[in-house]
Write a protein of this length. Structure first.
Length: 729
């Protein structure tokens, strides 16, 4: 018979000091009611001066010694008079009540404080000589904390943190407990990071029946959103029924009929959309379907002449301005200057950048205003380098402030010509925002990209859909120019399934292309990578931190970003700066040190740092605040700030994360343990991140298989279907 777990120990007191605070973990020092100072850490969101009750157990940390390991936190509202005075005077959400007024309130109402606050708040306002608004705010906070305690005690065993419970109470109000018991699937809508499977586990523990209508609806919607996460914009109706049935496992003979009834209700209520697609039906989120309809209409109506150039004189004019263009490049320049919208695509070394520079030069000679843009900061910076002209990210161009876009149909982009590079990274929502802000009667749009690269992380495949349907004037630059070099030639060879051996020629002591594919054991590949950084990279002329980027397909495993970032941080800190980095506890985020290479993982408009920006830690202050250099701008990030959650080590990144970026040296891990993710477009995208040298590490089977695997682009998009059909979108 299993041993019964002892009930958790409970400590009552006040949080005196917070060392670290985040939504899922906090650590600090608590002053208990008995006067003891206790170190604590665990599952809570701590704030200084909070009166709390902590539940958990005592433990000994190898570094910090004896501490209280917190499993759950409650607000302590059962306070003695001294505690209540302290609560009223120091609560961060209650303004206008200091120590003197708090004492006056407590002395006047004593044990009747809570009843008076709820039933006659004006009496407390009068006694404290503050406005009724202040006391109503106090009433709201007191009620909310009582509600949090009730919900927390109910949900703590299901893995919700104190911060998440507080968020729920803020959104659902004081009856959050009753709402969640009636329909736990509300969690999916209200809490970020709570998908169907996680909430379903909670619901099953609560005894929610498998055929609960809300569960069926949530399961169907989950399948549609899963398709979006995989890049598809819609799911075929019958396939959606099968996927939902597999997910829900309802243990009844008529499960599919029940799912179909729920699906039809979701469509009737316009929670989902359903549209005929040549003998089948596609189900999607209405917003995505409408965006693709708008994109279709925009591209269909875009066949207008370029308003800034006369067609008759164009060929001679281009020859005079750009005599060195090859035939395809000339065709691309002529196409862009003849039409209001056009598309240029091509692989590595095909001369896209040279062609864009020629277009920019011609427009400058003609006194036309040209704007350059790209999806990411790194891609925009590269565009600046090849064009000699300032470029910006699409989000900045569209005036996005973190909440809404300033540029739209009423306030379009003001320019004669707009060139958008790296368009393979643009998903449907961003493409839709872009077309809202373009007036083709005034502004010429030139789309540039490489259709051989990975599709966007978000839903859709706009660049490839446009190329496949030839919906707008399109030129594919399909020849590698003579000046491209070995690196570009070898990268293009991957698109034909060929991985070339280490190149023979050296340039300034370094080859363009290295292939190390003898490591059948992933541990051997890992060891080779670390040895490369320890003994070889600097001899090749590269800075360990700023010149080299390691790339891998995935985050987890021995050759994933999480493990390798910790390994390389420890190695580089010791080798370059004699800093000993302590071991990282499993599942914990590694601490950051001065000189570390980091990446921002979310657009932060308050700090003015965008997703994908790579920075370097300039300093770590004694209070834990980080000073990070992002492209010459020093940004401070306080210890315990939620902004710290968006900073990760960047010695190793996924291939998807670096699309649009280039590095002097790219080290790409291609091993059979990642074979489920392998295909030649991933391989090609990885090695084309190298500006001077590409180093491929893996095993022969993994490398060969990755290059040979031509993954069919099976994203389901409305745009490709609509553009290929008769005008009706």
């Amino acid at each position: 018979m299993p041993r019964k777990r002892k009930p958790p120990a409970r400590l009552r007191g006040r949080i005196e000091k917070v060392y670290f605070a985040g939504p899922k973990f906090s650590a600090g020092r608590m002053l208990t009611d008995s006067g003891d100072a206790v170190q604590f850490a665990g599952n809570l969101f701590a704030q200084e001066e909070q009166p709390v009750v902590l539940a958990g157990e005592w433990a000994t940390h190898p570094k910090f010694g004896r501490q209280f390991k917190v499993e759950m936190m409650e607000h302590d509202l059962d306070l003695d008079q001294a505690g209540l005075i302290h609560y009223l005077a120091n609560h961060p959400e209650i303004k206008g009540i200091g120590p003197a007024k708090a004492r006056r309130i407590v002395e006047a109402f004593g044990d009747d404080f809570e009843a008076t606050l709820m039933e006659a708040p004006e009496r407390i306002a009068s006694e404290a000589r503050v406005s009724i608004d202040v006391i109503q705010r106090l009433q709201e906070e007191w009620t909310k904390n009582r509600s949090v305690n009730a919900v927390l005690s109910w949900l703590s065993s299901f893995g919700l943190t104190h911060h998440q419970v507080t968020t729920l109470v803020d959104k659902l109000g004081g009856n959050a407990l009753d709402v969640l018991k009636a329909d736990p699937y509300i969690l999916i809508r209200e809490l970020r990071g709570f998908g169907f499977k996680k909430v379903d586990l909670i619901a099953r523990k609560l005894g929610t029946p498998k055929n609960h209508p809300s569960r069926i609806r949530a399961g169907i919607t989950c399948c549609v959103k899963d398709a979006l996460d995989q890049g598809s914009c819609w799911v075929e109706y019958e396939a959606l029924l099968d996927q939902s049935n597999l997910l829900l496992v309802m243990d009844c003979f008529d499960s599919k009929d029940r799912i179909e009834t729920a699906l039809d209700q979701l469509i009737a209520e316009e929670v989902l959309s359903c549209t005929p697609l040549g003998g089948r039906f596609g189900v999607a989120l209405p917003a995505i379907m409408n965006m693709e309809k708008d994109l279709c209409s925009f591209f269909r109506d875009a066949n207008l002449p370029n308003p800034h150039f006369e067609e008759a004189d164009l060929e001679v004019f281009i020859r005079d301005q750009c005599a060195t263009l090859n035939d395809k490049q000339f065709e691309a320049v002529k196409l862009t200057l003849s039409n209001s919208i056009s598309l240029i695509s091509g692989g590595a070394g095909s001369g896209k950048s040279f062609t864009v520079a020629a277009i920019n030069r011609i427009c400058n000679e003609s006194d036309l205003n040209v704007l350059l843009s790209a999806p990411t900061g790194k891609a925009a910076k590269r565009l600046e380098e090849v064009s000699g002209k300032r470029a910006t990210t699409l989000h900045r161009l569209l005036g996005y402030d973190g909440k809404e876009f300033a540029r739209n149909q009423e306030n379009p982009i003001d320019t004669d010509l707009l060139i958008v590079d790296e368009f393979s990274m643009v998903d449907v929502p961003l493409a839709w925002q872009l077309i809202q802000a373009i007036d083709l009667s005034r502004t010429v749009l030139i789309i540039v990209g490489d259709h051989n690269q990975l599709p966007p992380v978000g839903p859709g495949n706009v660049l490839r859909d446009l190329i496949q349907t030839r919906a707008i004037p399109t030129v594919i630059l399909d020849k590698v120019v003579r000046q491209a070099g070995v690196l570009k030639e070898n990268s293009i060879a991957i698109l034909n399934g060929e991985v070339r051996k280490t190149s023979a020629a050296k340039s300034q002591g370094c080859r363009d292309w290295y292939l190390a594919d003898k490591f059948t054991d992933s541990a051997e590949a890992q060891s080779f990578l670390l040895n490369l950084f320890s003994t070889r990279i600097e001899d090749l002329g590269f800075d360990l931190v700023k010149d080299v980027q390691v790339l891998t397909p995935t985050h987890k495993g021995p050759l994933g970003t999480q493990t390798l970032n910790i390994d390389l941080q420890r190695l580089i800190q010791k080798k370059r700066w004699k800093v000993h980095v302590p071991p990282v506890q499993p599942g914990r985020k590694p601490p950051l040190f001065k000189h570390d290479k980091v990446i921002q993982t979310r657009n932060n408009y308050d700090l003015n740092v965008m997703n994908g920006s790579i920075g370097y830690v300039l300093d770590v202050f004694p209070n834990g605040t980080l000073l990070i250099d992002f492209d010459g701008i020093a940004v401070e990030i306080e210890k315990g700030s939620s902004n710290l959650n968006d900073i990760q080590l960047a010695y190793v990144l996924t291939v998807h994360k670096v699309q649009g970026s280039e590095f002097p040296c790219a080290v790409f891990l291609v091993h059979k343990i990642h074979s489920f993710m392998h295909h030649r477009n991933l391989f090609y995208t990885g090695v084309t991140r190298a500006k001077k040298t590409a180093i491929i590490i893996g095993d022969h089977w993994g490398v060969t298989n990755c290059a040979k695997k031509s993954q069919v682009d099976d994203r389901s998009t409305f745009l490709r279907i609509y553009l290929a059909s008769e005008p009706a979108c």
